[in-house]
Design a protein around this ligand. Structure first.
Ligand SMILES: Nc1ncnc2c1ncn2[C@@H]1O[C@H](COP(=O)(O)OP(=O)(O)OP(=O)(O)O)[C@@H](O)[C@H]1O
Ligand SMILES: [Mg+2]
Length: 414
């Protein structure tokens, strides 16, 4: 394992904390060499509610990954999620004195500085998570992805900015640091999951990714090849479980088991099972009809889809995401969820699993690992971009907010 190419993802979710140690080989392929997982405690909908519980769960997950990889971790890439993350799109331009200016990294950095100077994080109580370049337009006409080395008389840059509420961000960073880890960088959950599951053609056509986890539903919309919108709704699989617990008066654990063992998303898929359950505090079993269970699951999942649809419609994406919807996150394992989503969105739907990695694939090829594998891909892509265009500027301003320093930090992870 080459130390300079090691990246560690720490996915702090509502139900689980996953640690993945990834090794990027010379040809840029990602190999997972360490995997650890602990039941998540003390975090709800992307907010730290019991810091000490989060710290011990992080340590458990990291220790397991370290033992498997046979190496110590110090620096990690972590994810931000929850209602407190938000996004903006912005455009900036520079007109050059000459008609044939060769575009350099300095020009790109200047565009990003212009975008960044408008944000005023302190005043707005925000922390900048990403400033992602989407595309550049040269001389008002030519759209390019990588303008460095090309000539133009003017350049316009289009950027996607992701922000987090400063206190939510600081509290998360603090618990990770209190676990003895250094945060190399943060990645927004919706972007991480989308990175793991989307194909380039889907991003071109326009598509929405829904990562439905235990506590949050993370939405990412891509159009014309790049990220357009993200949001994290405070709804997820935990609510499905709690609905079952309330309706049938069973414990949360029993409700979760019922959901996993007998749950499907649409009534047509019912096998007509009669299920024996023990209600809270009772030794006498009762019998419930699988149809009632499915009714409860369908109602809550439909509500999550309706909420997402409303969000997408209000933003005017309805007719623009021709690629349809990709469902991922643990809830995407629900049998027949694709069919339910199709009936609500009236669009093509597929279930997305993480792709383009090797190692632990028997354990990781499920939708609940899209975030952690996507975090590794996101960091890997960023390193290759910054390596191919080293940042040279007098201010030391960094292309992706932390782009330059991330390389140095990642190099010293172990
Ligand atoms: N086979 C299944 N059928 C139905 N639900 C499932 C299945 N497998 C997992 N889930 C649900 O998926 C959820 C966990 O998903 P995931 O691991 O993606 O969440 P998380 O990352 O911990 O949480 P979040 O991202 O919301 O903070 C739980 O609510 C769990 O009940
Ligand atoms: Mg998650």
């Amino acid at each position: 394992m080459g130390k300079e190419n090691v990246i560690v993802a720490l996915d702090i979710g509502t139900s689980k904390i996953t640690t993945l140690i990834g090794d990027v080989d010379e040809s840029g392929l990602l190999h997972i060499v360490g995997f650890g997982e602990a039941v998540s405690k003390g975090i709800e909908k992307g907010i730290v509610v019991k810091p000490n519980d989060v710290i011990s769960a992080i340590r458990k997950s990291v220790d397991e990954a370290e033992n498997i990889a046979g190496s110590k971790i110090s620096g990690v890439i972590a994810n931000v999620s929850g209602y407190h993350i938000e996004c903006r799109n912005d455009t900036e331009r520079i007109e050059f004195d000459t008609n044939q200016k060769v575009i350099t990294q300095m020009d790109i950095s200047q565009l990003i500085e212009k975008v960044s100077s408008k944000i005023q994080p302190q005043k707005e109580n925000l922390e900048v998570i990403h400033i992602i370049p989407k595309k550049y337009i040269l001389d008002d006409e030519d759209e390019v992805i990588d303008p460095i080395g090309l000539v133009a008389s003017k350049i316009e840059g289009k950027f996607h900015i992701v922000l987090d509420r400063i206190n939510a961000y600081t509290n998360l960073k603090k618990v990770i640091e209190s676990s003895g880890l250094r945060v190399v960088d943060f990645v927004a959950n919706p972007i991480a999951s989308a990175t793991a599951v989307l194909f380039p053609e889907e991003k071109e056509m326009g598509i929405a990714v829904l990562d439905i986890g235990a506590g949050t539903t993370d939405i990412a919309v891509y159009k014309d090849g790049s990220i357009e919108f993200i949001k994290s709704l405070p709804v997820g699989g935990n609510q499905v479980t709690m609905d079952i617990a309330h309706r049938f008066k069973v414990s949360k654990e029993e409700a979760e088991n019922l959901k996993i063992d007998y749950g499907v998303a649409i009534p047509e898929a019912s096998q007509g099972d009669i299920i024996e359950v023990y209600q809270r505090g009772s030794d006498e079993p009762i019998h419930i009809d699988q149809a009632e269970l499915i009714d409860t699951i369908e109602a809550r999942l439909s509500e999550i889809f309706e909420l997402t649809k409303k969000t997408l419609d209000e933003l005017g994406y309805a007719g623009k995401i021709n690629g349809g919807i990709v469902l991922t996150g643990g809830v995407a394992n629900t049998p027949y969820i694709k069919e339910l989503a199709e009936s609500i969105f009236n669009m093509d739907v597929r279930v997305g699993k993480p792709k383009e990695y090797s190692g632990f694939s028997d354990k990781l090829m499920f939708p609940q690992y899209s975030t952690s594998i996507g975090m590794l891909h996101f960091a890997k892509n960023r390193i290759s971009v910054t390596n191919s265009h080293p940042v040279h500027n007098s201010t030391g301003f960094d292309i992706f907010k932390v782009g330059r320093s991330i390389i140095d930090k990642i190099k010293s992870i172990f």
